[in-house]
Design a binder for this molecule. Sequence first.
Ligand code: ADP
Ligand code: MG
Length: 344
Amino acid sequence: MRFTFVVDPLEGLNACHDTTVSLMEAAQRLGIEVWVTGTSDLALDHDVAVAWARPVQLSEAIRANGRWMASEAWYEAGRAERVPLTASSAVLMRVDPPVDHAYVAATFTLDAAARAGTFVVNDPAGLRNGNEKLLPLLVSDLAPATLVSANETDIREALRRWGLAVAKPLDGMGGRGVVILRDGDASLGALLELVTNCGRRQVVIQEYLPAAADGDKRILLLDGQPVGVINRSSPPGEFRCNMAVGGIVTATELDSRDIEICDRLQPVLRARGLHFVGIDVIGGRLTEVNVTSPTGIREAELLGAEDASDRVVEWIADTAAATSTQRNGMAAGRTSRWPSLSKI
Ligand SMILES: Nc1ncnc2c1ncn2[C@@H]1O[C@H](COP(=O)(O)OP(=O)(O)O)[C@@H](O)[C@H]1O
Ligand SMILES: [Mg+2]
């Protein structure tokens, strides 16, 4: 069996932190061939999805003293070959935002691969249609009060009601460009010019959740069920909790509200083929559903969810096998060796 990972350049990945690397290692452990490609290496040859892709061998990172250690040369990549994506049982689209032209073009190629029977995680149409900052509004009573607008009057009006808010770009990640807006702040006009590009670009304005002081939970969901959870709190002098800005990661557990959020989201995610996602929960409110390249599995594995990557990869392999068996008209199914994923 082969998995192809669509990734940003490998040399830019952090083997001790990136979920993509952890999933590649898990695939290799399970005897699956790991191939990598990039958005610009994908192509449609008439209606056949092809890629210039390279086979990769990984030296696995190891856990030592509560952290991951990886060798500097953590991967060895073979020569690029032009291969049909149908040679892969599964394709994992793991490119970071923004969802720009190159990203969307790649999803069209992946559509063709999916039509031809390759299991694509996440579903390309689901990736195109589901904005990470707006998906929470599909379960709107679980999301913080939200306004999506470029209009200064509307944003000022929301701020009068909320007092404090955050503004976030629609296509950001890692906390980039997320700022606090305060009603009555003398810089508010200028800040709004910056974040909306003078009223030309919609942004997400969310009521500020004071519970952010206790952290931002990241829950990784596989087929809508939790496989790992961590808490991230902001480093000194910073309000954002993202690991990319030095957020402090600690162990946490799912509470009944988290489970309610997961249960309510599951049908939404399943309907959209969003098989592996990372949700952000602040004070029991769903602030974001990360679908492009959710991270946190390395940290979750250090803090209790030991086999999370193996679970994810095995589920993808099983689902890919069942899908292809069904397509071939044979009886589907191999049952997972894992117990129920419903609670961790
Ligand atoms: N509604 C909110 N109230 C308070 N802080 C927030 C809110 N939304 C986001 N934040 C802070 O900003 C950070 C980044 O926001 P998020 O919506 O997760 O975007 P990103 O895609 O950049 O991670 C969060 O980790 C949290 O610290
Ligand atoms: Mg986030």
